[in-house]
Design a protein around this ligand. Structure first.
Ligand code: NAI
Length: 334
């Protein structure tokens, strides 16, 4: 009998509990054994425990070093800081890894997309350093460091070298932000010198958005600062069918948190219509991280079979099934 994996589970809010419930049921059907440590985070946790991120949640991630997370709502223009950003900073999950690939059988705007997005996850505009200088004037700091830029560039090139990727583009706005984005680029160039077999290029962020929509096939792996990576991920999700489909991993030396690219989708929450595929494919990444490669392959295969059969798909991808029915179909395919 295989090992039992202790994993911290954060269902989140909005569609979070629905999609995590579906994914946990499917994961348990893979035969891999999990000991889930379940915690609330965000507004729900504050109501119950008086803390947005309970101490026990931090301790659980420290112990287990791996978490599966549903989305958590962040208030706009005030309120508490993002739980997602706080966890990424706390555990130095500096690499946000987001593969953008089509699922077989699903017709989308662009067929055959295979893009890797590698986003710096702890710096840039997301450091949360903002203040009012005088009424009507606000300063928001963007922090780019040599250490942070070099380690994400190394992550990207190492990933590319180990996974047969041939090209990396660093995406920037160093024509305007000459110092901060300039530093990010200098670090990427230095790291690139150590990988002569990987073609290295640089594109300006606004042009990149146009180039992506015109011809996403010209790119292979994109290396981006935090904010650019956030925006470009959602743009690229649209190539392969939308936010319901794109997985992600927040990776660092000490821990890993697996979560979908999408947010808590309040517009569809509680209706059993959210697509759990994005979190499910994040769970495939988690299984690989846990050295459960066979189960990861099996689960990926079951998702692909469900899409190829086209019988039980959710509304966002043209089907009529609910979250639970889709999960049942994947379990059947397993
Ligand atoms: P969102 O990603 O929640 O939703 C954008 C659109 O995509 C909506 O129309 C939604 O219905 C649709 N969508 C998202 N996931 C879907 C799924 N699984 N199945 C079907 N349709 C799906 O982005 P939005 O509305 O900008 O953000 C809502 C909240 O989520 C905000 O409070 C935001 O801060 C938070 N958020 C949290 C993240 C996280 O926890 N990692 C990431 C992104 C946003």
């Amino acid at each position: 009998m295989g090992k039992t994996h202790a994993v911290t589970l954060i269902p989140g809010d909005g569609i979070g509990p629905e999609v995590t419930d579906a994914v946990v049921r499917i994961l348990e059907a893979t035969g891999v054994r999990f000991a889930w440590e379940r915690f609330a985070a965000g507004a729900g946790a504050f109501e119950k425990h008086g803390e947005y991120i309970p101490k026990e949640l931090y301790a659980s991630i420290e112990r287990n070093r791996v978490a599966l997370k549903g989305p958590v709502t962040t208030p706009v223009g005030g309120g508490f800081p993002s739980i997602n950003v706080t966890l990424r900073k706390k555990f130095e999950l500096y690499a946000n890894f987001r593969p953008i690939r089509n699922l077989p059988g699903l017709e989308t705007r662009y067929p055959g997309v295979d893009l890797i997005i590698i986003r710096e996850n702890t710096e840039g505009e997301y450091v949360g350093l903002e203040h009012e200088v005088v009424p009507g004037v606000v300063e928001s700091l963007k922090v780019i460091t040599e250490k942070g830029s070099t380690r994400i560039a190394k992550f990207a090139f190492e990933y590319a070298a180990k996974n047969g990727r041939r090209k990396i583009h660093a995406i920037h706005k160093a024509n305007i932000m000459k110092m901060s984005d300039g530093l990010f680029l200098r670090c990427a160039r230095d790291v690139a010198k150590g990988y002569p077999d990987i073609v290295y290029g640089e594109h300006i962020i606004d042009n990149t958005c146009m180039q992506l929509v015109m011809n996403p096939y010209q790119y292979d792996t994109l290396l981006l600062e935090n904010l650019y990576g956030d925006i470009v991920s959602d743009l690229c999700a649209a190539f392969v069918g939308g936010l319901g489909l794109v997985p992600g991993a927040n990776l660092g030396a000490e821990a890993a948190i697996f979560e979908a690219v999408h947010g808590s989708a309040p517009d569809i929450a509680g209706k059993d219509i959210a697509n759990p595929t994005a979190l499910l494919l994040s769970a495939v990444l988690m299984l690989r991280h846990l050295d459960e490669g066979d189960a990861a392959d099996k689960l990926q295969g079951a998702v692909e079979k469900t899409y190829t059969e086209k019988k039980t798909l959710t509304r966002d991808v043209g089907g009529r099934a609910g979250t639970r029915a889709f999960a049942d179909a994947v379990m059947g395919a397993l």
